[in-house]
Unconditional design. Structure first.
Length: 303
């Protein structure tokens, strides 16, 4: 009985240690989610300023001529943000399946693929998508901007080689559900987007003037616009990853609590059985002595 009790005590101690680890991971995931959400919110003012500047440039430049290439001949590239961390369930698999369905439903051909994360890269290699250019995932907010800068360089190079469309796919936080896969077309910028920008009201009566070449300014502002969209996609993907991990840790914590409760009941039952056995032995010994008659004491030793 003693050996079984000690074994249960060790299992309880191990479960408590594991529970402490899970709680630490939960706290880290929750902190990371807040960090990435703040990063997205911090872009709002910058995005607004960028939109106002684009509005002025588009008003002065006039309508941008549409692409001459027919829609059915479109060549496109896609950016997919995955995860390299564990305990995220089907985070990568479900996103890649969503991206595949979305890309194959579009007219034309997907010729360029940029994958963020080694695990997503491995999955993409086994899919029907084209060979991908891999990128190392950002592990903090500070790492997002350099990553997005590298992706933008590859996008600019691909556009030189007649890539007409650029799409981005990532997981986005969805409240209690954790996350959901979403896809956005980054380029080309459609007429609705241009009209909405040109209609933005300017806060003063006089519009500012664009210094230098309008096409150069417009190109730089559009590059900034793409940077914001990719930054948001990356930050939302990282927030979704941590939301998935937080949900997994919550399930693990609940399971550990159930195990601890069950082990605690077993240990208490064992101890009660041990106490009952000891009491039974005491009672049995007492009854044996009383039923056997008076027992004489041994004579005291004489000095």
């Amino acid at each position: 009985m003693s050996g079984a009790s000690e074994s249960l005590s060790r299992r309880i101690s191990g479960a408590k240690d594991l529970s402490s680890v899970v709680k630490s991971m939960k706290a880290l995931a929750a902190s990371s989610i807040a960090q990435y959400e703040r990063a997205v919110e911090s872009l709002h003012v910058y995005t607004r300023t960028l939109e106002m500047a684009l509005s002025v440039c588009l008003r002065e430049s006039g309508p941008i001529p549409p692409d001459k290439k027919p829609r059915h001949a479109a060549r496109r590239g896609a950016v997919v943000f995955g995860s390299d961390q564990g305990l995220v369930g089907r985070f990568n698999e479900s996103l890649l399946e969503f991206a595949e369905r979305a890309l194959f439903a579009l007219p034309g051909k997907t010729t360029h693929l940029w994958i963020v994360g080694e695990r997503m890269q491995s999955l993409a290699a086994d899919s029907n998508l084209p060979s991908a250019t891999p990128f190392t995932i950002a592990n903090s907010v500070d790492g997002i901007a350099p990553l997005v800068g590298q992706i933008l360089i590859h996008i600019a190079t691909a556009r030189v080689h007649a890539v007409d469309e650029i799409h981005v796919f990532h997981n986005q936080p969805q409240g209690a559900a954790g996350y959901a896969a979403v896809g956005t077309r980054l380029l080309p910028l459609d007429d609705a987007w241009r009209r909405n920008l040109t209609r933005l009201p300017w806060p003063t009566h006089a519009l500012p003037e664009v210094m230098g070449s309008i096409p150069s300014a417009l190109e730089a502002l559009i590059r900034g616009h793409l940077f914001v969209l990719l930054f948001q996609a990356c930050a939302q993907s990282l927030a979704s990853e941590n939301a998935s991990r937080l949900a997994a840790m919550q399930r693990a914590e609940d399971n550990i609590a159930k195990i601890l409760d069950e082990l605690g009941r077993k240990l208490r039952r064992m101890r009660q059985e041990s106490i009952d056995e000891e009491l039974f032995d005491v009672v049995a010994g007492y009854e044996s002595l009383t039923q056997g008659g008076r027992v004489d004491r041994p004579p005291a030793a004489r000095g």
